[in-house]
Every structure is written in structure tokens, then in C-alpha cells.
Design a protein around this ligand. Structure first.
Ligand code: GUN
Length: 282
């Protein structure tokens, strides 16, 4: 078998075109969706992600503000700025680019953002809403993965979904969203024993560990759907996933590539959350 490749880049483009029309309609009703991004310090990777967010906003017609702060900014200054943005009716989405400098407590910052403007879906209130099956801002990468599965009409209900990785940003929430779609979910992580036995029974395998080629085709169940969330820069400067693509593709029915797979969906879902927030203000 050779799997069909699911290109998040293509789905992303399609969704962004739909969003462009949606934003034009919202603007006719007098509201311009606004995403305000705060970047503290000058980490090159963060700067590049932020540029991607601005580019997508421009394309769709979302107003984007970038607030750049020096790496010496105190936690109090940052919290004060967030309060101002929480109270600004023209701001619909607030995103503080992570990671933050060591002297700033990330969790305090995440919790300072109003849950109604938390387009990252990181606030404990929004995580709680997600876990209790309510509609809210879902974390962007996990939500993007669900959209990729749905775009190919891949059944989720009753399937065994195995999530490798338990980060707050990807692993934990993607398991919750799969559960919401009625999958049977298993989480594997660095302390899991005999991980192969779980991989071998996964109908849907989500790999989000950040280790190049952590998984290859050996234990993958024939016909499984393999979603690779890894974005790892290797020695030659190229990007590679957590899955060894060529051997996994021989076993899977669907597989996502790196790059052009899950990555582009994250920003697109962020745009979707910003639009959703603006619509709540109509
Ligand atoms: N840094 C890396 N990914 C993300 C993300 O999705 N949101 C934020 N705020 N920071 C990030």
C-alpha cells in the first residue's frame, strides 16, 4: 500500500479563501476582525512565526497589530499591556508568542488573557470548556489536525487514536478533540512501556514528540492514518518530521508530510479563531 498524502498547505489555502469572503461580510456589518500579537525579545524562530501570522492576516483581511517588546520587559509591564488589550473593544484576538524570556511566568501570562480573546485556546477556562464538550477557541494545531481528517472524510468515531506526546499545546488537546469525535484515545509518552504495542493497534496515529524520525513504518498498522506534527530542523538545514515518511507511507492509508502538512494549518486555525471572536462582537 502507498498512502495518500494529506497536504495541509492545500487545505489551508482553501480555508483562507473561504475566510477572506467571511471577513468581507463581517466588515460590511461594521466590524474589522483584529488580531494583536505580542512578541517579547527577538528569538528568530518566533519572529518568523509572527511574520507568518501577519501574512495570513493580510491575505484574509484581518487587521493585525504587532507589539514588539524588548527581552527586558518585566512581567508586570506585559500583564498591564494585556489588561489594556482585554479592555479594547477593537481587539478580538490576543496572542503572546511563546516562548517568553525566563523571568516571565508563561502560565501567568496565558491566564491574564481574557478567555474571550484567547485565540490560541491556551487559557485554562477554554481548555476546561473543550474538555466538557463546549464550543470555544480550540488550540490551533490540534483543531487543524481534526480539519485535515475531516477534509478527507476519514472516520474518527470508534477508531483507536494513539497520541504520542503529551504537551499542553498539541498532545493533550488533540486527544481531547479526538475523544469529542468519539475516538478511543490512548496517550503515549516518554515513560510509556512497550510503545510498539500501542502503535500497532492505532487506526489514527498522531506523533508530536519533536524528535526527528521517532517513528518509522515498522510497527504501523496497515491502513493507519498517520499525522506527523513534528517540525525538526536537521543538520543540513532542512525540516523533517517525527515520522520517517518513506517507510510509514508504505504502511499507512493516509499520511501528512513535513513540511506542507500540519504546520500551515496552525496559522489558518488561528485566523479562524480570530474571525470567530470578531463574530461574537457583531
Ligand atoms: N509558539 C510556538 N507555537 C505557538 C503557538 O501556537 N502560539 C503561541 N502563542 N506561541 C507559540
Amino acid at each position: 500500500m502507498s498512502a495518500e498524502v494529506i497536504y495541509g498547505s492545500e487545505l489551508s489555502q482553501q480555508l483562507k479563501d473561504e475566510m477572506k469572503n467571511e471577513v468581507a461580510e463581517i466588515k460590511k456589518q461594521g466590524v474589522t476582525p483584529n488580531l494583536t500579537v505580542i512578541l517579547v525579545g527577538d528569538d528568530p524562530a518566533s519572529r518568523s512565526y509572527v511574520r507568518g501570522k501577519q501574512k495570513a492576516s493580510d491575505y484574509i483581511g484581518i487587521e493585525s497589530n504587532l507589539i514588539e517588546l524588548s527581552s527586558e520587559t518585566s512581567q508586570n509591564e506585559l500583564l498591564k499591556l494585556i489588561t489594556q488589550l482585554n479592555n479594547d473593544p477593537n481587539v478580538h484576538g490576543i496572542l503572546v508568542q511563546l516562548p517568553l524570556p525566563d523571568h516571565i511566568n508563561e502560565q501567568s501570562v496565558i491566564e491574564a488573557i481574557s478567555p474571550d480573546k484567547d485565540v490560541d485556546g491556551f487559557h485554562p477556562v477554554n481548555i476546561g470548556r473543550m474538555m466538557t464538550g463546549q464550543d470555544t477557541f480550540f488550540p490551533c494545531t490540534p483543531y487543524g489536525i481534526i480539519q485535515m481528517l475531516k477534509s478527507k472524510n476519514i472516520p474518527i468515531e470508534g477508531k483507536h487514536a494513539v497520541v504520542i506526546g503529551r504537551s499542553n499545546i498539541v498532545g493533550k488537546p488533540v486527544g481531547q478533540l479526538l475523544l469529542k469525535e468519539n475516538a478511543t484515545v490512548t496517550y503515549c509518552h516518554s515513560r510509556t512501556k512497550n510503545m510498539e504495542q500501542f502503535i500497532a493497534t492505532a487506526d489514527i496515529l498522531i506523533v508530536a514528540v519533536g524528535i526527528p524520525h521517532f517513528i518509522d513504518g515498522t510497527h504501523i498498522k496497515p491502513g493507519a492514518v498517520v499525522i506527523d506534527v513534528g517540525v525538526n530542523r536537521i543538520e543540513d538545514g532542512s525540516l523533517t518530521g517525527d515520522v520517517e515518511f518513506a517507510s510509514a507511507k508504505q504502511k499507512a492509508s493516509y499520511i501528512t508530510p513535513v513540511p506542507k502538512g500540519v504546520g500551515p494549518m496552525t496559522i489558518t486555525m488561528l485566523m479562524g479563531n480570530t474571525i470567530k471572536s470578531a463574530k461574537n462582537n457583531l
